[in-house]
Write a protein that binds this ligand. Structure first.
Ligand SMILES: NC(=O)c1ccc[n+]([C@@H]2O[C@H](COP(=O)([O-])OP(=O)(O)OC[C@H]3O[C@@H](n4cnc5c(N)ncnc54)[C@H](OP(=O)(O)O)[C@@H]3O)[C@@H](O)[C@H]2O)c1
Length: 319
């Protein structure tokens, strides 16, 4: 079969489309004939050799696919030939994958492939980031161009957030999130310290929940906007520099800072979360932003789109 492999870490051209042996399904796995694979920011880190613990070569990137199940689920949730999405432990940029059966989910007929893919990693992450949000909460979010952010804003509005404020790196991304459920946008400029800009945008209010995937000074500035007893959830370090957290301020203000990684089991099974996200999409409450689609052998262009922050939305490889 064809797959996109990284034989040496580096820039996008190291992604090479080549013949590799087909996977064999082990116990608890289902073979899927792949129609499309999602491209995620984490794939860029895998390609560069910077993803936690993923340093063995060669490696086939890719954590989510949509396609046809080769065999039925022993528990009966899907049949052979059904259209399914799956969260994988890697190797998704390929014509066939062996997926953990517990993370294979049937796709309703009226949900298109690219939307189905957007609900796996980006959708489930957005859903889990908001698990502790209460109706009436004010939230402060980084990453206006992020697919996770776009879904999270819509979910937050659906669940009754009082106000969502987003930090945006460009006017275009600011306009886009304002149309997706953000109430206000902070547009950082180099003349004013970021904490002052966020504070001015919040009109002196503090927030209940901070959600960050940039890290560094951005997260430090965001933490200063938490109300006493507020919470921060960190799910990425896209800026490349982790934040220094003032533990004295945490104890003085009773703040909670936690991390979220989709790979850890959540309170509700991924299968249930994704199925609920499909229903919210069908009911018109959740509309993922869809990015460009590339053929499998142009995976390097897909990575460039994500890396250059131009591929806003779910970037996809058509297999
Ligand atoms: N913990 C988990 O389980 C989990 C799950 C999914 C995603 N993530 C992480 O969450 C983040 C967003 O994922 P996504 O799927 O929404 O990705 P995406 O749609 O490709 O968006 C990438 C985001 O990262 C920001 N970004 C990229 N490079 C940056 C830099 N050098 N400095 C500051 N910001 C930078 C972009 O900023 P702009 O807004 O300016 O474009 C954009 O908001 C990624 O870091 C990803 O690894 C974590």
């Amino acid at each position: 079969m064809l797959a996109v492999r990284v034989n040496e870490f580096g820039d996008p051209p190291v992604l090479t489309c080549e013949e590799v042996p087909e996977p064999v399904a082990g116990p608890g796995q289902t073979l899927i004939e792949v129609d499309s694979a999602g491209v995620n920011f984490g794939d860029i880190l895998v390609r560069r050799g910077e993803y936690f613990g993923r340093t063995a070569l060669p490696v086939i990137p890719g954590w989510e696919v949509v396609g046809k199940a080769a065999t039925a689920d022993p528990d009966g949730t899907f049949q052979a030939g059904d259209r399914v999405v799956a969260l994988l432990d890697g190797e998704g940029y390929a014509q066939m994958v062996a997926a953990p059966t517990g993370d294979v989910v049937s796709v309703p007929d009226d949900v298109p492939d690219q939307i189905a893919l957007a609900m796996v990693i980006q959708g489930a992450t957005a859903w889990r980031l908001l698990e502790g949000m209460e109706p009436g909460d004010r939230i402060l979010v980084s990453g206006a161009g992020s697919g996770v952010t776009h879904l999270m804003l819509q979910l937050a509005r659906y669940r009754g957030a009082a106000e969502s404020v987003v930090i945006a790196s460009s006017e275009e991304k600011a306009d886009q999130v304002l149309g997706l459920g953000a109430d206000k946008v902070v547009r950082p400029d180099s003349d004013t310290p970021l904490p002052d800009q966020i504070s001015a945008c919040l009109d002196g209010w503090k927030v209940d929940l901070v959600i960050d995937m940039v890290g560094g000074e951005t997260l430090q500035a965001m933490l200063r906007q938490l109300r006493p007893g507020g919470r921060a959830v960190i799910y990425g370090v896209a800026g490349g520099v982790p934040a220094k957290v003032n533990t004295g301020a945490l104890l003085k203000n009773g703040l909670t800072v936690s991390g979220l990684w989709l790979g850890h089991p959540g309170t509700i099974a991924l299968r249930e979360v994704v199925a609920e996200l499909f229903e919210l999409n069908r009911a018109g409450h959740l509309d993922p932003t869809l990015g460009p689609v590339f053929p499998l052998d142009r995976a390097s262009e897909a990575h460039q789109a994500v890396e250059q922050r131009t591929g806003v939305g779910k970037v996809t490889l058509r297999v």
